[in-house]
Write a protein that binds this ligand. Structure first.
Ligand code: NI
Ligand code: MN
Length: 225
């Protein structure tokens, strides 16, 4: 069993009782943040790209906790410019990395990188016997079908806010293409420009994709099984 705690926007923690993986820890300045950056404990930090609403507090949390940042070399460079040398696992698209009791694979995203020469990414995390896809910021793209074919996905964390990423309709299509069992919408309602009716997303996705949609509020924990 893996515990998923939503920290608001695209920030979350996965905990299998052995290792804790923090994702896109934008907490300082995040109006929806449910925890302060200096209270987070983790072993690894996934950073999907260098935009402030994803890279967020990653350098400072890595420095304080000794957690390793898992990201592209360009994003790790930005983090180390801010906080000095950090523990890190530089990766790139298509690569995978073994973790104690798990694995992480870096996958394609369609979005700008926020750092010159970089590329935005998503991650497929294998933990506690589950495959969890964190899409990062992305548009809908047809190769999501390939991601869903490579690993039988149990959970997908999908941005649904529109404007900067795919919106409700495209995220419902993504759920179908990923052939995923459970979907958790993220990256919405943080600011007026990404306000969305996620109940509508739940209705549409559950009808269209046969996936169960879990609306998790910031600060809530979902037991993934
Ligand atoms: Ni972005
Ligand atoms: Mn974003």
């Amino acid at each position: 069993m893996v515990k998923f705690t939503y920290y608001g926007h695209a920030a979350f923690l996965l905990d299998d009782g052995n290792i804790r993986i923090l994702g896109d820890p934008f907490l300082t300045g995040n109006p929806k943040a449910s925890i302060k950056a200096d209270a987070v404990e983790c072993d690894y930090i996934l950073v999907s790209h260098a935009h402030g609403d994803h890279l967020g507090d990653a350098p400072e949390i890595a420095k304080r906790t000794g957690a390793a940042i898992i990201s592209t070399p360009e994003v790790i460079g930005v983090c180390e410019e801010r906080a000095g040398q950090l523990k890190s696992c530089p990766m790139n698209l298509g690569g995978s990395l073994n973790l104690p009791g798990g694995k992480v694979r870096m996958v394609l995203a369609q979005h700008s990188a926020g750092v010159p020469g970089g590329i935005a990414c998503g991650f497929v995390v294998e933990l506690g016997g589950l495959h969890i896809y964190f899409a990062g910021d992305t548009a809908l793209f047809s190769d999501m079908q390939v991601i869903g074919r490579k690993d039988k996905l149990d959970y997908a964390l999908l941005p649904v806010g529109d404007n900067y990423t795919m919106g409700l309709e495209d995220a419902a299509q993504a759920a179908q293409w990923l052939a995923v069992r459970h979907v958790i919408p993220i990256h919405y309602n943080t600011w007026p420009v990404i306000e969305q009716d996620v109940q509508l997303f739940k209705q549409v996705t559950e009808r269209m994709a046969h996936a169960e949609v879990h609306i998790v509020e910031p600060g809530q924990t979902l037991e993934m099984a």
